[in-house]
Design a protein around this ligand. Structure first.
Ligand code: ADP
Ligand code: MG
Length: 150
């Protein structure tokens, strides 16, 4: 599996976008990215970097009210925002499982709200604001695939 886990501190939005572009280069076509972190931690900024690297030229904003936006660049990207869907039942009702089955690249803001509905093998991206106003700690790791029982 080519994907490398990493912890990076970015010092401005451009660095966060560049980190996302690096991640984009390693993604398989049907990767799922679960973005976690407070409001303003840079989740949408990260997805912007991802979209740019995938050749998507339109403006990317959090789909807080539409829940999901579809973008076509070199590859298909769904940008999901679960901020308003606070229970797994709400997340299911919106059609989350069907979306996962599309096998596009799926970037999910407020992935916390989907709890156990996030599949194993997802790339988990946790963003945290540090003391300096423009610094963010970004931890990227792939969640482990569940072992098949003997
Ligand atoms: P979220 O989607 O997590 O609510 P946004 O990406 O919409 O966050 O907003 C992040 C805000 O923080 C933007 O205003 C951005 O300009 C600012 N910012 C400052 N430093 C950084 C950084 N290092 N990485 C990302 N965003 C940053
Ligand atoms: Mg956002």
């Amino acid at each position: 599996m080519p994907f490398q886990d990493k912890i990076v501190i970015t010092r401005n939005p451009a660095e966060t976008m560049e980190l996302a572009a690096e991640v984009a280069r390693e993604l398989e076509d049907h990767a799922i990215l679960a973005l976690r972190g407070d409001m303003g931690s840079g989740k949408t900024c990260f997805v912007r970097g991802l979209a740019f690297a995938l050749g998507i030229e339109c403006t990317v904003n959090s789909p807080t009210f539409t829940i999901v936006n579809e973008y076509r660049g070199h590859r298909l990207l769904y940008h999901v925002d679960l901020y308003r869907l606070t229970s797994p039942e709400d997340v299911l009702a919106f059609g989350f499982e069907e979306l996962l089955e599309t096998r596009a690249i799926i970037a999910i803001e407020w992935a916390e709200n989907a709890r156990d509905l996030i599949p194993d093998g997802t790339i988990d991206i946790s963003l945290k604001c540090l003391e300096a106003p423009d610094e963010r700690e970004i931890i990227i790791r792939r969640t482990r695939h569940t072992q098949t029982p003997l």
